[in-house]
Every structure is written in C-alpha cells, then in structure tokens.
Design a protein around this ligand. Structure first.
Ligand code: AMP
Ligand code: MG
Length: 333
C-alpha cells in the first residue's frame, strides 16, 4: 500500500472521511500528537489500527468526538464533576474516562466497561471527525513502543505501507498526549499526566485522588514499553547541579566508545561545554512540544545514548517526566 501525506483541504478531508466510513484508517493531526483513526463503531476497522501499530489488544483506544453532544452517545452516565471538567477543558488536551454504553465495542475499550473520550481543539482534527460523522477511535499514530509522532513525517516513518493517508497539519502545538482523568471513582484521579497540568484541573474540579502505582494497571497502556527511541535513554531528576552529574555520565560513556547527546533547554547549553546537545527550546512548554521530535532526531543523527534533563513537575513538567521515565525504562540518574 502506498502511504501519502496530504494537505487538509476540504476535498482531502472529504476523501479521508469517506475512507473512514468505508472501514479504513487515517492519520490526522491534533494539538497533542498525531492520531490514527477509525470509526469507533466499526470493530473490523478498529482491529486494523491495532495491526498497523503492532499494539497489544488490551490497550484501549481513546474515542475522539467533534461536539460535546456526542458524549451521551458513548457514556452511560456523566457525573457532575465530569460535566464541569468538560465545560472547562473540552475541546482541549484532556481525556475523560466514563462508564461506557453497550454500543462502544470491546475492541475499542480493551474489554473494560469504561470508555475514554476526548474532543481535540485542533481545527483539522475537529473538521475531520465532524466530516466522518461518527466518533473516531484513535491512539497515537506511531508503531507501538516508539515515541509518539508530532509531525506527518514521523507518522510516515513509522507507518509507511501500513496506512493510505496522513493528513498533514504541521508540528503539533503541545507535543505530549492528553491528560487522562478517570471519573468512575468517588473522587476523580489522573491516570496519565499530559497536555493540561494537574494544578489547573484541581482548580476547576477540586482535589484529585492520588493514583497508587503498582498492581493492576489503571491506564492499561502505561504498563507497556513506551516512547522509546533506538538510542538508550538516561533521565536526570531535576536539581540545582544536575548538569554536573549529566556531564559526568556523558564523559564516562563517551570514554567507553559511546556517542551520547544531551537534551537540554536553550538557556542551559553552556553548562555542557562542547558536548553534543539537542536544544529542546526556551521553556518547559517548548520541551514538551519538542520532546518526541528530539528523541527521533537523536536516532536520525545516530546518537546511541540520550541523557535528558529533568524539569519540575508543575504544568507540563509532570507529563515530560512521565514520558522520559518510561523512555528510559526507569534509568534515572
Ligand atoms: P494513546 O492514545 O496511544 O496515547 O493511548 C491512550 C491511553 O489512554 C492509553 O494509555 C490507554 O491505556 C488509556 N485509556 C484508553 N481507554 C481507557 C479506559 N477506558 N480506561 C483507562 N485508560 C484508558
Ligand atoms: Mg500512544
């Protein structure tokens, strides 16, 4: 199969929506990362997503909508706090987990009795989903275990020959996946940190429950190897002198014949002398936006070890830390 990157013109959006209505799968841009979508009510099409990505079948998909009215098509009930949350953050980089209606297939939810729902704010995503006329089940459009795609080229790199169309919306603005909030427990809780910070969510709906890690995976996707470039990743916790430790590791690995690179904020480059760095931008928000792109860039430049700077856990920091802890297989320095 030929894979084509196409511009999101009215005509192309119609072609892609038709493909989805006919049981096909299409990659599309959102403000978080690129998604790989199929009709959420078409189990055969949804299975194609799992196959194209090489995704384990017990890792459920997020269902994307283009209007808040569609929530009641999918969710059996919407608690009061979920209403408040929806009004405040949707469309946006959040996902809410609610009890599902029977019409949502098990293939989408990985057999759970809950469904994850998100309404993206990206205009191309919104138009595409609206044009499809059905809710769209979509995980990130990468091969399973790889860093999520934040450009159409990343999607092509991972899924060439496996899908027909990639709608090109340029680089994703946020660059981290959505924050997943579970509303099926007495007090809502974050299952995956992401594009909206926990503080902001607590301001809107009150204190969130802490998620106890270990035991049964609450957000099933998080138990798998994730966000991994080919290069090995080391992740530094954030503290005042972390550059000293990072330089130490860098020099030891370089002396043993490895080809390391440091992921760092622009303003901190000089702390690393003449060592190889990838500049992730000026701010923590830039770091989020460029994180996956930088992991892929390190591979393209044939570095075999990435040492990533830590950040504080406020705002998008929690999402960056979560992704890098996973990418490093918890190799924290
Ligand atoms: P992805 O779209 O690939 O970034 O992954 C979506 C994430 O949402 C995965 O970590 C899933 O495990 C999680 N997710 C999807 N549906 C549910 C659900 N019903 N309950 C809990 N987590 C979910
Ligand atoms: Mg993913």
């Amino acid at each position: 199969m030929d894979t084509r990157i196409i511009k999101p013109t009215e005509e192309n959006l119609r072609i892609c929506a038709e493909a989805v209505r006919g049981g096909g799968i299409v990659a599309f841009p959102t403000e978080t990362v690129y998604g790989l979508g199929a009709s959420a009510f078409d189990e055969k099409a949804v299975k194609k997503i799992y196959r194209a990505k090489g995704r384990p079948s017990d890792n459920p998909l997020i269902v994307h909508i283009s209007s808040l009215d569609q929530v009641k098509e999918l969710a059996a009930s919407v608690p009061f706090k979920a209403h408040v949350f929806m009004k405040k953050f949707m469309p946006g980089a959040v996902t809410m987990v609610l009890k599902k209606k029977p019409c949502v297939p098990d293939t989408v939810t990985g057999g759970l009795d809950t469904v994850a729902i998100r309404m993206p704010s990206h205009p191309v995503a919104n138009k595409f989903i609206a044009e499809c006329g059905v809710p769209i089940a979509a995980p990130s459009a990468n091969r399973s275990s790889r860093p999520s795609p934040t450009t159409a080229k990343h999607v092509l790199h991972d899924l060439r020959g496996r899908i027909e169309y990639i709608l090109d919306g340029g680089q994703c603005d946020i660059g981290l996946e959505s924050t997943v909030v579970d509303f099926t427990t007495a007090r809502p809780r974050i299952l995956r940190s992401g594009g909206v910070g926990a503080e902001e969510i607590e301001k809107a709906i009150g204190k969130l429950d802490a998620v106890i890690s270990g035991g049964k995976a609450l957000c099933p996707g998080m138990k798998y190897k994730h966000y991994s470039p080919r290069a090995e990743v080391l992740f530094s916790a954030y503290y005042a002198n972390m550059s000293d430790t990072i330089n130490d590791y860098y020099d030891r690995y370089a002396a043993s014949g490895r080809n390391p690179v440091i992921l760092c904020l622009s303003g901190r480059k000089e702390l690393y002398g003449g060592r190889n760095v990838i500049d992730v931008g000026e701010s923590v928000d830039d770091y989020a936006k460029n994180l996956f792109l930088s992991l892929r860039l390190a591979d393209a430049k044939k570095y075999d070890l990435i040492i990533a700077e830590g950040v504080t856990s406020d705002g998008l920091g929690a999402g960056i830390i979560n992704r890098l802890v996973k990418a490093s297989a918890e190799h924290i320095i």
